[in-house]
Design a protein around this ligand. Structure first.
Ligand code: GRG
Length: 310
């Protein structure tokens, strides 16, 4: 893969979307109950905000916002859908850090939610974020067309649930206790579910939001699969190579825990080659659509996914 210089334009957009996502999450997670709600418990709302505000790269919201923008749609509605996706991502991090799963003390450079609060609160924070993500996506304020909203809700459920992120997490746990060596094809499938599914939803939802045509949606889907896979291989490599402070979480834990990673299955050099090939594939997918010439930001996102330090 070619080495690209850092684009200030990309960094500016990433920061701008992260800030806009933060503001949207702040407003959605206010203490004021919505119509139909009875009350929003104060300490619980504080924990919900702790788990979702003030950290993270916000890559998933960024991919959704930039994909919708590529197809001509911007504004409050797509930011709501993007914030809803970030809520699902944050819930998965909170639950993944629990003692029953990865038992981690540090996330995004801060104590994990169950450490800052308690385990029961962290479980309920995850439940609250998961449920609220569907509320926000289904709300008429997100998209004026009920058919688009219903399609977004269905796609979100399919990507986040049994055959997506949750199922991927199940396979991950099963692989951890397995005594046979991790096979690359199994790891690739597991990762496409655990990590790839939400990144794929981000871009597909952006295209759905803008009601992009079938050919463009297929190309965006190929981009989403490739960037999702590239992102997770990069994560496997970072666990071996990265500095713990930059990472904001414990490094070197995958091998200790017999995690099914592509570093374990392919070796470090094999994983690096696959990571770079996938980033190239993501970029090539964008070149197949008429809007591809204007997709530099999404191409930069593929480079960022593999060159990031945290
Ligand atoms: C518990 C249902 C359930 C699912 C957990 C996504 C996941 C499955 C666990 C999170 C732990 C982990 C290492 C997942 C792999 C995906 C990944 C690298 C997540 C971190 O995403 P980033 O780097 O995090 O985008 P930030 O903090 O930047 O948002």
């Amino acid at each position: 893969m070619t080495r690209w210089a850092e684009s200030s334009d990309f960094q500016e957009r990433l920061t701008a979307v992260a800030d806009a996502t933060e503001r949207m999450l702040e407003s959605l997670l206010s203490s004021t109950p919505l119509p139909g709600e009875t009350a929003r418990p104060a300490r619980f709302m504080e924990a919900m905000r702790y788990a979702s505000l003030g950290g993270g790269k916000r890559l998933r919201p960024f991919l959704m916002v930039e994909t919708a923008r590529l197809f001509g749609v911007e504004g409050e509605g797509v930011l709501r859908a993007a914030a809803a996706l970030e809520m699902i991502h944050c819930y998965s991090l909170v639950h993944d850090d629990l003692p029953a799963l990865d038992n981690d003390d540090l996330r995004r450079g801060r104590p994990t939610t169950h450490k800052a609060y308690d385990e029961a609160t962290a479980i309920l924070v995850g439940d609250g974020l998961l449920t609220y993500a569907f509320d926000v996506t289904a709300d008429p304020a997100t998209h004026p067309d009920p058919a688009v909203r219903a399609a977004l809700v269905l796609a979100l459920a399919r990507h986040a649930g049994i055959g997506g992120m949750v199922g991927g997490q199940v396979l991950d746990i099963e692989a951890e206790i397995s005594t046979t060596p991790h096979q690359a094809e199994d790891v690739i499938r597991l990762q496409s579910m655990k990590t790839g599914a939400l990144l794929h939803y981000a871009v597909v939802a952006g295209a759905m939001f803008a009601q992009a045509d079938e050919a463009a949606t297929k190309a965006i889907s190929r981009y989403g699969h490739a960037i999702g896979a590239a992102f997770q291989v990069a994560d496997d490599i970072l666990d071996v190579e990265a500095d713990e402070v930059a990472l904001g979480k414990k490094a070197g834990k995958d091998a200790d825990r017999n995690k099914a990673t592509l570093v374990a299955a392919l070796g470090l050099e094999g994983a690096r080659q696959r990571r770079d090939r996938l980033a190239d594939e993501a970029i090539a997918a964008l070149d197949t659509i008429p809007q591809g010439a204007h997709a530099e930001i999404l191409k930069e996102a593929a480079r960022f996914a593999v060159e990031r330090k945290s």
